[in-house]
Design a protein around this ligand. Sequence first.
Ligand SMILES: NC(=O)C1=CN([C@@H]2O[C@H](COP(=O)(O)OP(=O)(O)OC[C@H]3O[C@@H](n4cnc5c(N)ncnc54)[C@H](O)[C@@H]3O)[C@@H](O)[C@H]2O)C=CC1
Ligand SMILES: O=C(O)C1=NCCCC1
Length: 312
Amino acid sequence: MSESPVLLNKHEVESLLGYDDLIPRLESVMGKFSKRDSSEIIQPVRSVVPVQQYNGFLGVMPAYLAAEGILCTKMVTFYQRAEGSSLPSTQATVLLFHPERGTVTAIMDGEAITAKRTAAVSAISAKLFKPALSEVLCILGSGQQARSHYDVFTKLFKFKEVRVWSRRKEMAQQFVNDLQDPVTVCSSVKEAVMGADVIVTATGASQPILFGKWVKPGAHIAAVGACRPDWRELDDVLMREAVVYVDSREGATAESGDIILSGAEVFAELGEVINGSFPAQREKTTVFKSLGMGIQDAVSAKLVLEKWNSEH
Ligand SMILES: NC(=O)C1=CN([C@@H]2O[C@H](COP(=O)(O)OP(=O)(O)OC[C@H]3O[C@@H](n4cnc5c(N)ncnc54)[C@H](O)[C@@H]3O)[C@@H](O)[C@H]2O)C=CC1
Ligand SMILES: O=C(O)C1=NCCCC1
C-alpha cells in the first residue's frame, strides 16, 4: 500500500518557505527552462478555464523536472473581488507526485507559494534590471502580491523611500499599518510613480493604470497583474518604449494583454539573461512581464517538502 501524502496548510507552507533558499532555486530553474531541453523540463503553457459568470478563472499548471525528480501541478483560481472581500482573489493548491510511481507525495497550500515565488522572481528581475542607483520603490496595489513584493524587495535592496498606492486609499493605509518601516501612502498612481526607480504593479486591473509618460527613464517595472490576453496594467507607450523581458515567451504570447494588445516586442526571457545569452539592459527603462510558471511552483513545493522532511 502506498504511503499517505503529506498535507501542509498555508501557515506551515509559509513558515517552511524562505526567500534565501527559494531565490537560487528559481534562478536555476528559470535558466534551465530557457534552454528548452525537453529531456530536462516539460512545462506546457497554463490551461485556463474562464468562469465568466463570477469574474474568475481556474488555471492548471503542471511541470516535470526530470533531473530534480519533481513532478508537480498547481491548481489556482483567480477571482476579481469587490474591495474588502473576505475571500482571497488568488487561491491555490499544489500537488507533488513521485515521478517513478506516479503516487501523490504531498498536497499543500498554494497561496503562500504563489505569493512568495512570484515576488522572488520579480526580485530576481530587479536584481538584474533595476538602475544602479535605485532609491525609490513604488508598489501599485495593496493585496497579497503587493505584500510579498514589499517583503522581499525591502529584504534584498535598500531604498530611501517606499511608496504604495491602492484604488481605495484606506486599503493602502491598512497595508502600511501592518508594516514596521515607514511607507508613503499616495493618492494617485501618478504621484506614486513619478521619480520612482523600481515600480511593482500588482493589481487586479484590466485596463492600463500605469502610463509611460509618468515613468522615470531607466526605471524598472515588475509587472505582475494583467494575466489574461485582454487585461492591461501598462499602457502602449510604456510597453513600446521599454525593453521587455518575460518569464516565458510562450506564456507571454498566449496570456499577456500588455504584450499582445500593445504589439510590444519581447526582448528576452529572464532565464536567457540568467544564462548570459541576452544582456540585462539596466541603463534603459525595463519591464519584466510576469505571468507565473508551473516550474516556479514545482521548485518551491519541493523545497517546502524537503524542509518538512528534515524536521520530521
Ligand atoms: N505573475 C504571477 O505569477 C501572478 C500574478 N498574479 C496577479 O497579481 C495580481 C494581484 O494578485 P493578488 O495580490 O493575489 O490579488 P489581491 O486581490 O490580493 O490584490 C489585488 C489588488 O489590486 C487592486 N485592484 C483590483 N482591481 C483593480 C483595478 N481595476 N484597478 C486598480 N487596482 C485594482 C485591489 O485593490 C488590490 O489592492 C492579480 O492580477 C493576479 O492575477 C497573482 C499570482 C501570480
Ligand atoms: O502563476 C500563477 O500562479 C498565477 N498567475 C496569474 C494569476 C493567477 C495565478
